[in-house]
Design a protein around this ligand. Structure first.
Ligand SMILES: Cc1cc2nc3c(=O)[nH]c(=O)nc-3n(C[C@H](O)[C@H](O)[C@H](O)COP(=O)(O)O)c2cc1C
Length: 199
């Protein structure tokens, strides 16, 4: 059921670093990203798969993790992502304003993460990365780094909960290290027509 898969597709930030993802698996996930909708059908997103440990070691320090967890500096050795997919904009393929590509990016990465969750692989979108990433990867200037996807088998439990009366949307970790993600209630997202029924 789609509701189960969507609910299951949570952000995970601690991974089984010792369990690699095969190139075949990662290519199949990028293929799901490829099939997403695209403004003007420009399809200006490109992907760089990174699994080599030497390169991963250079990338890890450039990633910003879980800004709301002030006491946590990111995944420790042994729980870092065994695979990284860099989402790039190929500027030579851009047809409209760059802001449009952000929609494509959301669709593409959600396709990818849904497909990953369906096979017990989870990930984290990372928009908070150092600009040094571009040079570490020795990317051509035509590419612009938009988003980093960290992927792997999970080493943490994530649960959803309702946003409380205080309206706090910050995710948090309990004493058992379970990660809690507050989501607003459906009722609070449905905008009703206040004028309706006024007579
Ligand atoms: C565009 C985007 C950028 C994000 N950037 C980061 C990031 O830099 N670091 C991080 O730890 N999580 C990042 N996240 C993950 C969000 O924090 C996460 O989606 C949110 O806490 C809700 O959890 P959920 O994905 O399980 O619903 C990002 C998510 C999105 C959609």
């Amino acid at each position: 059921m789609i509701i189960e898969l969507v609910t299951k597709t949570r952000t995970v930030r601690r991974f089984r670093e010792e369990l690699p993802l095969s190139l075949e698996t990662l290519r199949a996930l990028v293929n799901l990203a490829r099939l997403g909708g695209s403004a003007r059908n420009a399809q200006a997103l490109k992907y760089r798969i990174v699994t080599e440990s030497v390169l991963r070691e250079r990338i890890y320090p450039l990633l910003g993790w879980a800004g709301y967890l002030k006491d946590w500096k990111g995944p420790a050795v042994g729980e870092r992502p065994p695979a990284i997919i860099l989402c790039l904009l190929d500027c030579e393929l851009l047809l409209g304003p760059e802001s449009e590509v952000q929609f494509d990016l959301g669709i593409a990465t959600q396709n990818l993460l849904l497909g990953a969750a369906a096979q017990e692989i989870f990930g984290c979108r990372i928009g908070s990365f150092s600009p040094k990433l571009h040079e570490v990867l020795d990317l051509d200037p035509q590419y612009k780094m938009l988003l980093v996807l960290a992927l792997g088998y999970p080493a943490e439990q994530v649960v959803l909960e309702e946003v409380g009366a205080d309206g706090d949307i910050r995710y948090w970790r309990d004493s058992q290290q379970v990660h809690h993600v507050p989501k607003r209630r459906l009722e609070d997202l449905l905008v009703t027509d206040l004028k309706e029924g006024r007579g």
